[in-house]
Design a protein around this ligand. Structure first.
Ligand SMILES: C[S@@+](CC[C@H](N)C(=O)[O-])C[C@H]1O[C@@H](n2cnc3c(N)ncnc32)[C@H](O)[C@@H]1O
Length: 206
């Protein structure tokens, strides 16, 4: 999703809106330094586990109903998508208690991050900005990206599509607003594509 290189993975990484995903667990195991933030981390492990299980069948049913909107290449079917997600979430749940103690999971919600300026080399945000275009305003997107730029030397956001239904209407206005504030915003192609057409990320040096 983010074209991460070994150099990227050797820096300090902040994962925003990180959710119950396995990036922190897997990257930490491989020696990377990752902090993940998401308001859901205020809930306990069992509450998050219950929520994951409660939404599993909906996820598979939605993917089945909208099959043509996805590229079934690495993941071959909606059922396999569910299994891959569950395996990732299981890795997260196993890592979460220890990660919380180590300060690798924090409850920060965009657009307010507790970290000092320039603390991270890279801030990532996947499947939140642009994905929830119907719920989040252009102003929210700009404020969130600026806040990530404050705490990191580079920000990457993926994908640039709405959750269902094509390109985000916020992309052009967000790029214009950031450009007007002297950020050098760039769209870069990435090798990952699951949502059809969703193979681009926004890269913004902080
Ligand atoms: C679809 S999930 C994405 C999880 C993960 N990044 C991924 O790609 O699998 C969206 C996440 O955004 C989180 N979220 C909601 N409001 C947020 C906010 N204001 N700041 C940061 N995260 C937020 C939700 O709790 C949820 O875990």
């Amino acid at each position: 999703m983010f074209s991460l290189t070994p150099g990227d993975l050797s820096g300090n990484i902040l994962d925003c809106a990180a959710g119950p995903a396995s990036f922190n667990a897997e990257a930490t195991r491989q020696g990377s330094k990752v902090v993940s933030c998401d308001p859901i981390y205020r809930f306990g492990t069992e509450e998050i586990r219950a929520r994951i299980h409660a939404t599993f069948e909906t996820l598979v049913a939605n993917a089945s109903a909208r099959r043509e909107e996805f590229v079934w290449r690495d993941i071959e079917s909606p059922r396999q998508l569910g299994e891959v997600r569950m395996a990732a979430m299981q890795l997260f749940l196993e890592d979460f208690p220890q990660g919380l103690e180590q300060g690798r999971y924090t409850t920060d919600g965009l657009p307010n991050l507790r970290f000092e300026d320039g603390k991270f080399d890279l801030a990532l945000c996947s499947h939140f900005l642009f994905t929830y275009s119907d719920q989040l305003s252009t102003g929210f997107h700009v404020a969130a990206i600026e806040e990530m730029c404050r705490v990191a030397h580079e920000v990457r956001v993926f994908p640039l599509l709405k959750s269902y239904g094509g390109p985000s209407p916020h992309l052009d206005p967000v790029m214009d607003a950031l450009g007007a504030r002297d950020y050098r915003v760039e769209i870069r192609q990435v090798p990952y594509e699951f949502q059809r057409g969703g193979n681009e990320m926004l890269s913004v040096p902080g």
